[in-house]
Design a protein around this ligand. Structure first.
Ligand SMILES: Cc1cc2nc3c(=O)[nH]c(=O)nc-3n(C[C@H](O)[C@H](O)[C@H](O)COP(=O)(O)OP(=O)(O)OC[C@H]3O[C@@H](n4cnc5c(N)ncnc54)[C@H](O)[C@@H]3O)c2cc1C
Length: 369
């Protein structure tokens, strides 16, 4: 019987980062993935890595801490897959541009303001001054996940069921002390309904182009710099799609039309379109930590429904790494690091990412659902 320290289910950026940091802690790790590495949302991602702008919310602080961690991590260990092109954040319209003035006080990451003439020189059409984050950039999504998993045991198997007996988890004939659920928007292997994971579909198109564009852009869609003759266009706004489906080149061509408002897209030739679901949590923060034993809690504490907050009971050795929303490549490294520290050293994760935060409220509102 082959016994691992941890089995990770799902080989997107969440599973790959968790595996990387656990292995760095000396753990024996097995990754089980039903398709190939980065075949879910992670493979579709434009994989832009940039700070979040706004008026200074807790989510903004966490995102920007994760951004600094990710950027340093990629540069130090995975520089071949991180293109530090810089990212320009362009206001959507005049109202948005006014907000950008307020945002300046709450940006802790390094930035500059690019004037209209600077933007014009860079072949970018806009009526508004914009933020320029020079440390930001773009990852090669799939090769990066493959590199994170280099040397980790990997099997292409769909996990249909997991079970726990005598201190060990079993998944498709493999055994481990711990399991990490890193399955993206689909969560059928354990009851994690209190976390409210849901998916949002998106498309990315990779286009061959000779356009001189040395910087990446983000407005209501993302446009990468021209890297070796390829420009990536991406967005995740397709609410009508509820389940994984085939990619539609027309969606990528629509992104090309939309990009025309910002850059000259006339020579762009679609090479390939990618599509996928990105998984977000109910409150938009990541979900990283232990999984509560929901059945035990509901059975033993009926007063949960009326606001009681009894101590939480967890499922032994069961963890989750999920809910990265549209920022999988920003959150991945810091979340994988914190999860590995929790599993190996028992260090608590940041309370903002601990899924416990959602449980009591979910119990109170369970009947309404
Ligand atoms: C079009 C698009 C553009 C994006 N752009 C960006 C961006 O620019 N920057 C950024 O940071 N993020 C971006 N994202 C978001 C990013 O892709 C997600 O945050 C990221 O994919 C989350 O990774 P994950 O590992 O949680 O999930 P996923 O990548 O979806 O991985 C989950 C994996 O689990 C596997 N799996 C599920 N169930 C099972 C099972 N039972 N057995 C075995 N395997 C299973 C799936 O096959 C899948 O490979 C984008 C997403 C999309 C779709």
């Amino acid at each position: 019987m082959e016994v691992y320290d941890t089995i990770i289910i799902g080989a997107g950026v969440a599973g790959a980062c968790s595996a990387y940091f656990l292995r760095r802690e000396g753990e024996r790790v097995l990754v089980l993935e039903r398709h190939q590495i980065a075949s879910g949302g992670s493979g579709a991602a434009g994989a832009f890595v940039s700070p979040k702008i706004g008026k200074g919310s807790p989510l903004q602080s966490l995102t920007n801490e994760a951004f600094e961690f990710a950027k340093d991590f990629y540069l130090a260990y995975f520089g071949d897959y991180y293109h530090q092109t810089g990212v320009i954040r362009i206001p959507k319209d005049a109202d948005d541009a006014e907000k950008f003035d307020d945002y300046q006080t709450s940006i802790s990451n390094r930035y500059k303001i690019h004037s209209l003439s600077q933007l014009k020189e860079m072949n970018i059409n806009t009526l508004f001054e914009s933020f320029f984050f020079s440390d930001a950039g773009v990852c090669d999504a799939k090769p990066l996940c493959e590199a994170l998993l280099d040397g980790v045991d990997f099997k292409s198997i769909e996990v249909k069921q997991i079970s726990y007996c005598d201190g060990f988890w079993r998944a498709e004939g493999f055994y481990a002390k711990n399991i990490i659920l890193a399955t993206g928007y689909e969560n059928t292997l354990a009851d994690v309904s209190y976390m409210g994971v849901s998916g949002l579909w998106g498309t990315r198109g990779d286009f061959r182009s000779n356009l001189s564009l040395n910087v990446s852009l983000h407005q209501s869609m993302s446009i990468s710099a021209n890297i070796n003759g390829v420009i990536k266009l991406g967005a995740t706004h397709e609410k009508e799609i509820k389940k994984s489906t085939l990619c539609d080149d027309n969606k990528a061509l629509l992104l090309q039309q939309k990009a025309l408002a910002l850059v000259d897209t006339s020579d762009m030739q679609l090479l390939k379109s990618y599509c996928g679901m990105r998984a977000g949590s109910r409150d938009y923060f990541p979900l990283v930590g232990k999984v509560i034993n929901v059945a035990y809690m509901l059975e033993n504490f009926p007063t949960l429904a009326t606001g009681a907050k009894p101590p939480l009971h967890y499922r032994d050795g069961l963890y989750i790494c999920n809910g990265f929303g549209g920022r999988g490549f920003v959150f991945g490294p810091l979340m994988g690091y914190q999860l590995a520290r929790l599993i190996v050293h028992g260090e608590m994760v940041d309370s903002a990412i601990n899924p416990d935060r959602l449980f009591y409220k979910w119990c109170r509102h369970k009947k309404e659902r």
